[in-house]
Design a protein around this ligand. Structure first.
Ligand code: ITT
Length: 197
């Protein structure tokens, strides 16, 4: 099994990614102690690279490859917000959901469009970018929360062409349509064709 450090503190990302990658012979593991990235980039990709580099810099276990996921929810009504600030929009996941529903309370049905974005960046221990992928999942913001699966904004994100929120999908279904699932599939295909070991 090829082990790659996943530069994150979010256990939901590790679960979602490993549920897809392990059948491909690739396991993602948490960074060593001291992982504390500064996410002050102006794009998802810049933040993703900053996280991957921070994991490489605190590596003590001899692992060679580091991948980061920077992701977020962009809404049309709020000109792309919360976007890069999705994780910091309010203190807890429930408060973030409530704040977003409140911010969209006057948005009409055709103004509730939104997309989840995920930037994956894979680097080696010296910080060289080996590959990067981007995944997008389109949908709209619901009026109320629905579903218990996933994490974050999933209970208020209605997936395009499915009459369900992301939180009503199984982990398998989410992996097939989500921003993370799409970016990950491209990344796994690249890794499989590369000679990383
Ligand atoms: P790391 O930086 O440690 O990876 P994080 O949760 O802070 O963990 P981000 O900075 O990438 O990650 O912020 C992403 C936020 O966007 C996340 O906290 C959620 O609020 C939201 N988000 C991202 N992907 C999501 C998904 O699949 N479902 C629901 N919300 C998601």
């Amino acid at each position: 099994m090829l082990k790659i450090v996943l530069a994150t503190s979010n256990p939901h990302k590790v679960d979602e990614i490993n549920s897809v990658s392990i059948p491909f012979g690739i396991e993602f593991v948490l960074p060593d102690k001291g992982f504390d990235p500064i996410e002050d980039g102006s794009t998802f990709e810049e933040n993703s690279y900053a996280k991957a580099l921070a994991a490489a810099q605190c590596e003590k276990s001899g692992r060679n490859y580091f991948m980061a996921d920077d992701s977020g929810l962009c809404t049309d009504f709020l000109n792309g917000a919360p976007g890069l600030k999705s994780a910091r929009y309010a203190p807890s996941a429930q408060e973030r959901i409530e704040k977003l529903l409140c911010a969209l309370k006057d948005a009409k049905e055709n103004e509730r469009g939104a997309k989840f974005v995920c930037s994956l960046v894979l680097i080696d221990k010296t910080g060289n970018i080996l590959n990067k992928t981007l995944g997008v999942c389109k949908g709209k913001i619901a009026h109320n929360q629905c579903g218990k699966g996933g994490f974050g904004y999933d209970p208020i994100f209605i997936v395009e062409n499915k009459n369900k929120t992301m939180a009503e999908l199984s982990q398998d279904e989410k992996g097939k349509v989500s921003h993370r699932g799409r970016a990950l599939m491209d990344m796994l295909m690249w890794i499989k064709c590369s000679d990383l070991k």
